[in-house]
Design a protein. Structure first.
Length: 87
C-alpha cells in the first residue's frame, strides 16, 4: 500500500520534473548540449590569442613612440656611463 502511494506520487510529479529538466537544458548556452564539453586545445588557442594581442600592442606602441623610447634608453646609458667619471 505504501509503495503504491509512493509510486503514484512519483508519477504525478514526473511531468513537473520533465518540464524543469527541459527548462534547465534550454537555459544552457546551447540547448541540449551537456554543461561540460571538453574542447581540446581551447586553452592553448586562447593563450596564443592573448599573446598575439600583447605583442601587437607592444609593436604598435614602439612604432608610435620609438624616438622617445630611444631617447630614454640613451639617457639612461649616458647616466650610467657618466656616473663613473671623476669630478
Amino acid at each position: 500500500m505504501i509503495k503504491k502511494d509512493l509510486l503514484n506520487g512519483v508519477k504525478k510529479r514526473l511531468p513537473d520534473l520533465r518540464r524543469w529538466r527541459a527548462a534547465l537544458l534550454c537555459s544552457l548556452p546551447y540547448p541540449g548540449v551537456p554543461w561540460r564539453v571538453e574542447r581540446r586545445g581551447q586553452t592553448t588557442v586562447e593563450y596564443l590569442m592573448m599573446l598575439v594581442l600583447v605583442a601587437s600592442v607592444a609593436v604598435i606602441l614602439f612604432l608610435a613612440f620609438y624616438k622617445r623610447i630611444l631617447g630614454g634608453i640613451f639617457t639612461v646609458v649616458g647616466l650610467i656611463l657618466g656616473a663613473g667619471t671623476p669630478s
